[in-house]
Design a protein around this ligand. Structure first.
Ligand code: AHM
Ligand code: MG
Length: 360
């Protein structure tokens, strides 16, 4: 479409409206927008339709949560739950944790496309009893980083989708498989803009919520993580508990590089990973002597983020092995993680290997 140039053209906003795509239109045409899926026989027509309905449900939940986050202080949504409930990790639940969980769980259950759901906020997997034809399992952290919410720091929702082995039957073993078996993964960041990052096994795409349309609009058609970066992101307050490999790596990026790498740590995984994905560098939540498995949950925090990072050309490891090769043994299991630019993650692995060979 040819547009007449004007001093205040819509093109001034930097978007090419010839490729105006919304999240809805993208997921309605998965096989054409993700030809790799269809070509490799990864997905059949009915699977595609069901995945489309499931992803629409996730997108609607994210819009709902985004509205709650935006009016947090105005609608008495801030703070902890009144009865001071804790989640399965023993962590104090915030009001929005509970709301976000309900919105995700109800939306996905009502989509009738899932056999089972796993949420950070629920100890047991949720069986979707009324979905006899459900063919997917969705794992999610409905509101990651919620301890930051009352001071208006960016938070987000993270999700991953697996195939159910038996149609309509929820089985915990469907998710106790390597993360590389996911069919889709994404996150939505409730930040200065509300951004949905999604991969359905092909490219990683970023959509920004246009508040006036109420639609996620494609703004980042093909996100690629730079091969190396100049930032590291980790809770350095824990450094006294770190392994020798981790300590040496962080010293290396601070003292051995031509110019020191910058430390960027928000303490909200979605925001820290989003920045790392776009600008490069590393995000780590390592294991240490106090918490050998780190803090982050493998199923609905590490796996979806690692999947996205790899699809964008980056890498994710625990210092010795690829995250997506790990087979979890329980649904709320924690695991150490380092992810980001491929060369930088390789360097972290090298530091871990060398320290281990020295027996440190
Ligand atoms: P949460 O799921 O209870 O919100 O915890 C996960 C969050 C991540 O967003 C973040 O990377 C990490 O906890 C920060 O932990 P710490 O405060 O120990 O650095
Ligand atoms: Mg979380």
């Amino acid at each position: 479409m040819k547009r007449v140039a004007s001093s205040h053209s819509i093109d001034d906003f930097g978007e090419d409206l010839d490729s105006f795509v919304t999240l809805s239109s993208f997921i309605l045409t998965l096989s054409t927008t993700c030809p790799s899926l269809a070509a490799k026989g990864h997905i059949k027509k009915e699977e595609e339709t069901d995945l489309c309905i499931l992803l629409q449900s996730v997108a609607t939940s994210c819009k709902y949560i985004q509205n709650c986050v935006r009016k947090l202080g105005l609608a008495n949504l801030s703070g902890k739950t009144q009865d001071l409930t804790t989640n399965v990790q023993g962590e104090q639940q915030m009001k929005l944790d509970v709301i976000a969980h309900d919105v995700f769980a109800r939306g996905l259950d009502e989509s009738k496309r899932c056999t089972m759901l796993v949420s950070e906020e629920e100890e047991d997997a949720i069986m979707c009893a009324t979905s006899p034809h459900g063919r997917y399992v969705c794992v999610f952290d409905p509101l990651d980083g919620s301890s930051n919410i009352d001071c208006c720091v960016s938070v987000g929702s993270i999700f991953g989708v697996y195939r159910a082995k038996t149609l309509g039957v929820g089985d915990i073993n469907d998710v106790l498989v390597p993360g590389k078996e996911m069919v889709a993964a994404g996150y939505c960041m409730y930040g200065s803009a509300c951004t949905m990052v999604l991969t359905v096994g092909g490219n990683v795409r970023g959509f920004t919520l246009d508040p006036s349309l109420g639609e996620f609009v494609l703004t980042h058609p093909k996100i690629k993580c730079p091969p190396s970066g100049a930032t590291y992101s980790v809770n350095e307050g824990n450094s006294r508990y770190w392994s020798a490999g981790m300590k040496r790596y962080v010293d290396h990026v601070k003292y051995d590089k031509e110019s020191p790498h910058s430390l960027r740590y928000i303490g909200s995984m979605v925001a820290d990973v989003h920045r790392t994905l776009l600008y490069g560098g590393t995000f780590s939540y390592p294991g240490d002597s106090k918490s050998p498995n780190g803090k982050l949950r493998i199923l609905y925090e590490c796996f979806p983020m690692a999947y996205i990072m790899e699809r964008a050309g980056g890498a994710a490891s625990d210092g010795t092995q690829r995250i997506l090769d790990i087979v979890p043994t329980s649904i709320h299991q924690r695991h150490p993680i380092h992810m980001g630019s491929e060369e930088d993650v390789e360097e972290i692995d090298r530091f871990h290997r060398e320290a281990e060979m020295e027996g440190k």
